[in-house]
Design a protein around this ligand. Structure first.
Ligand SMILES: Nc1nc2c(c(=O)[nH]1)N[C@H]1C(S)=C(S)[C@@H](COP(=O)(O)OP(=O)(O)OC[C@H]3O[C@@H](n4cnc5c(N)ncnc54)[C@H](O)[C@@H]3O)O[C@H]1N2
Ligand code: MOO
Length: 403
């Protein structure tokens, strides 16, 4: 081994020897993800759900020209005014308006030079070719005019890099003159669902249960910025799992099940066999404590979610979403907090994640929150982070996104 390689090995944090604290585990996952360099520039139609790789700047003043905010008349100076002509939206204004003149104007039309205000249709009284105000003297200079640059000036930063591109961002980008946006690449996720007992359809039968995570995880991971296809069912076979890990080229492999120490829980062995390095091996959190995070050769990652469905949800919010957000270039965002209406029960030494519902007075616990249950979380607005020992009534707790 060369000296450089030697140093690189010494630089790496040692493999965890026990459960990682919940906050540290989430932070480790976030730090593990770095967005790829050279972000692509994509058309607006392909940018939804991605993250701005560069600040969004205005390519134009907004509005780009003085605009009428109302249907009525553009007027110059105090009334009464002599009316001639009509200005519609979509056509450039022609000649300037002389003092004492008015022109009929539509909302959104460019104001002619010399116009001092817009008189709304309902506030004006046409009298032959003259126009008067219904309430004389009520019109003020600049009224119902959207002056050029009111919202922004050309070159002004509208949104910072790291902003998630939602419909409003697309609209703003278009308004600001953009056809394409520099965005972070979506991290590609392979989802492997482990377990011989899992059914893809139909009713549970003796010993067999429906796969609940195959339907639950992909849309949630996509909403977190990932690109992922159909989950792949992998039977409880060491060789199959090892080969699935070995052959995946995804940025992140997410597995469900097989994290514990049962006779067919092969995940740890398969990770060792493919040369993975564990970054988190168990987390002091309930449910979900066997969750893990590993670095695969080539700097890719694997998140091992426990098989119990609510434990898998806890693993996703703790490890998978922070990792994917970081890879997708999303900032961590500020914590969301709420008051606990009643006391929230905790684990004596571990953090607990509880499905809760928002009410006007704060959040309340939902029933059916066992590790194997989804009934509570399906009704939940969020997962409350309950510190060891529990949270008293009136305490402020952090909230995490529920699927
Ligand atoms: N001796 C110990 N046993 C277990 C421990 C422990 O600490 N010591 N921890 C328990 C906890 S907590 C959890 S969580 C599970 C984690 O187990 P695995 O990740 O190995 O998951 P499996 O054994 O494969 O499955 C557990 C459970 O979940 C059901 N399952 C799995 N996948 C799905 C799916 N896609 N949809 C619905 N249900 C699923 C599976 O049938 C099992 O019932 O280990 C405990 N054991
Ligand atoms: O992770 Mo387990 O209960 O905590 O389901």
């Amino acid at each position: 081994m060369s000296a450089v390689e030697d140093l690189a090995v010494l630089d790496q944090p040692p493999a965890p020897t026990g459960p990682t604290g919940w906050t540290a585990a989430r932070e480790t996952a976030r730090r593990a993800g770095r967005p790829a360099s050279a972000p692509p520039c994509v058309p607006l139609t392909e940018a939804l759900g991605r993250t701005l790789a560069e600040p969004l700047t205005a390519l134009t003043d907004l509005p780009a020209f003085d605009t009428s905010a109302m249907d009525g008349w553009a007027v110059a100076g105090p009334g009464p005014w002599r009316v001639s002509g009509r200005l519609l939206a979509g056509r450039p204004a022609d000649g300037p308006l002389a003092d004492g003149a008015a022109v009929e104007i539509a909302t959104g039309a460019q104001l002619p030079p010399g116009a001092t205000a817009v008189l709304r249709r309902e506030h004006g009284e046409p009298d032959g070719s003259l126009l008067r105000e219904r309430v004389p003297g009520a019109l003020t200079t600049g009224q119902d005019v959207r002056p050029r640059g009111q919202e922004c000036r050309r070159g002004e930063e509208l949104l910072p890099a790291g902003t998630t591109i939602g419909p409003a961002v697309l609209g703003l980008a278009a308004a600001g003159g953009h056809d394409r946006l520099a965005v972070h690449r979506r991290p590609v996720v392979d989802l492997l669902v482990l377990g011989d007992e899992l059914l893809g359809s139909g009713l549970p039968r003796p010993g067999l249960v429906r796969d609940a995570l195959g339907p639950l995880l992909p849309p949630w991971l996509r909403a977190a910025g990932a690109e992922t296809g159909e989950p792949r069912a992998v039977r409880d076979d060491f060789g199959l799992l090892r080969d699935a890990l070995r052959h995946s080229t995804a940025d992140v492999v997410v597995t469900t099940g097989g994290t514990a120490a049962g006779p067919v829980d092969f995940l740890h062995r398969a990770l060792a066999e493919v040369g993975a390095r564990l970054l988190v091996d168990g987390v002091a959190v309930r449910p979900g404590h066997p969750m893990l995070l590993a670095e695969l050769p080539g700097g890719r990652h694997l998140v091992g979610l426990p098989g119990n469905p609510l434990a898998a949800v806890a693993g996703a919010v703790t490890l998978a979403l922070p990792l994917l957000h970081a890879l997708a270039g999303r900032g961590p965002g500020g914590p969301v907090r709420a008051v606990a209406v009643d006391a929230l029960p905790g684990h004596p030494v571990d953090t607990r994640l509880l499905p809760v519902r928002r009410t006007a007075r704060g959040v309340v616990q939902l029933p059916y929150d066992g590790p194997a249950m989804l009934r509570g979380v399906a009704l939940a607005d969020a997962l409350a982070v309950v510190p060891p020992g529990g949270a008293a009534a009136g305490a402020v707790v952090e909230l995490l996104e529920a699927p």
